[in-house]
Write a protein that binds this ligand. Structure first.
Ligand SMILES: [Zn+2]
Length: 430
């Protein structure tokens, strides 16, 4: 029997535990790729050498950890910054009521190790940003099961930046899963080789920001009415009183106000729970969607780690809102992707736009989405969000026209403290 990773567990690693997995790994055949090198070598790699990192120990993370452990990965690391909330228990099945308040990563690791002897799960309770490149370099693979776009952008950019063409070991495949209600996607990212997370930013279907003119004048959706109640009516009626989205009376007021508005425009579908969902920005989590997506991610991880079959190239989407529709395609790299593309992005704006207006665009545009951007040209600082002295010094520029500060065809660099990369823009005036 092969020595196991944490040394003391070979005895508890009962014979036959991986019988079914071994069916795939022992013999090349109808279940595997023809070039696959079956046998002890690949089993030794999977069980004694391969180190995999799971980011997120929530709805997707619990499923991913269980699947990896049961398919033979034995050296698993997990990072999560959250603690367990009672509302997680319906789907995050590694947690029990006694665990409420404890860190997800730690409880999940203990559960998996108890359930699957011989597997070592190393938890880290904290942020992915706490760790440096040296830490990420130790893994063979990274799987993300996150609900945060910001965190995904961070890990994606970090793994792309880590690639050293001289050192093939520096390329860490990233498998990313995401769900939203009955919808989900799983994808394989080979940093610098395939399209990256940032390349596909405009595919996020979550539209949380609606144009204010639509909200104010031409509502079509129940969401527009709810936004009208919360963004325009609340401040008009209550002045400086802050809205508390956890206060049922506040939600109730928004619901009634939105409902009146909806009646006026013959719009159906404003409900109490939709109102709460829109103002709190709640994405419904469905356990079975998480299971499908997590399973897809883990199958890809297994195939990549063992080369037993061709892996996903590169984007699988599942849409379960109108029957079931699923689709796999090759998402292409974007030459002007600020993370992996290397080319400057061209934008055309009006000569009259102020810096403030440009910032609004950088926040809103689906393919940019940089919250709190700082702007500079090769020769001057245009606007900096921090530190406070620099913010104050550059604040007067917000009112100025971009065309007064940057020549036609001039380049600007956009940065944000939350993102480990910068965006180069070439500005043209219409
Ligand atoms: Zn990219």
């Amino acid at each position: 029997m092969l020595a196991s990773v944490n040394g003391n567990s070979s005895s508890s690693d009962w014979p036959g535990r991986y019988y079914h997995v071994d069916q795939v790994l022992d013999t090349p055949g109808p279940r595997t790729d023809p070039s696959f090198l079956a046998g002890d070598g690949v089993k030794d790699f999977l069980r004694n050498q391969c180190k995999i990192l799971v980011i997120g120990a929530g709805g997707l993370g619990c499923e991913i950890l269980a699947n990896l452990a049961l398919s033979g990965f034995k050296d698993i690391h997990v990072i999560d910054m959250d603690t367990i909330d009672i509302s997680n228990l319906n789907r995050q099945f590694l947690f029990r009521p006694k665990d409420v308040g404890k860190p997800k990563a730690i409880v999940a690791a203990e559960f998996v190790m108890n359930r699957v002897p011989g597997v070592k799960v190393t938890p880290y309770y904290g942020k992915i940003q706490d760790k440096d490149e040296e830490y990420y370099m130790q893994f063979n693979l990274v799987i993300c099961g996150l609900d945060s776009v910001e965190a995904r952008r961070w890990i994606n950019a970090t793994l792309v930046n880590m690639v050293d063409p001289e050192n093939p070991e520096s390329l860490k495949p990233l498998i990313d899963g995401g769900t939203e209600g009955f919808k989900g996607q799983a994808r394989v990212i080979l940093p610098t080789i395939t399209s990256c997370y940032e390349c596909s930013l405009d595919m996020l279907n979550k539209q949380t920001a609606f144009p204010i003119c639509t909200i104010a004048n031409t509502p079509r959706l129940p969401e527009h009415c709810i936004e009208w109640a919360s963004v325009l009516e609340w401040p008009r009626v209550f002045k400086d009183k802050k809205m508390d989205t956890d206060d049922p009376e506040h939600i109730n007021w928004l619901y009634i106000t939105a409902l009146k508005r909806a009646k006026e425009f013959n719009i159906e579908g404003v409900t109490w729970s939709l109102t709460q969902g829109v103002v709190k920005n709640i994405i419904p989590a469905i356990a079975s969607t998480n299971a499908i997506i997590a399973a897809s991610c883990c199958n890809e991880a297994f195939k990549i780690a063992t080369s037993s079959a061709a892996y996903l190239n590169n984007y699988f989407m599942l849409i379960g809102t109108e029957g079931v529709y699923s689709y796999t395609f090759e998402h292409e790299k974007r030459d002007d992707c600020p993370v992996c593309g290397g080319q400057t992005m061209d934008i055309t704006i009006s000569k009259d736009w102020t810096v403030d207006r440009l910032i609004e665009m950088l926040v809103e545009r689906q393919d940019i989405q940089i919250k709190k951007p700082s702007l500079s040209t090769p020769t001057k600082q245009i606007y900096f969000q921090a530190p406070p002295q620099l913010e104050e010094a550059t604040r007067p520029n917000l009112e100025k026209k971009v065309s007064e500060l940057v020549p036609d065809g001039g380049e600007m660099t956009i940065t944000a403290t939350t993102l480990p990369f910068s965006l180069s823009l070439r500005v043209k005036y219409a």
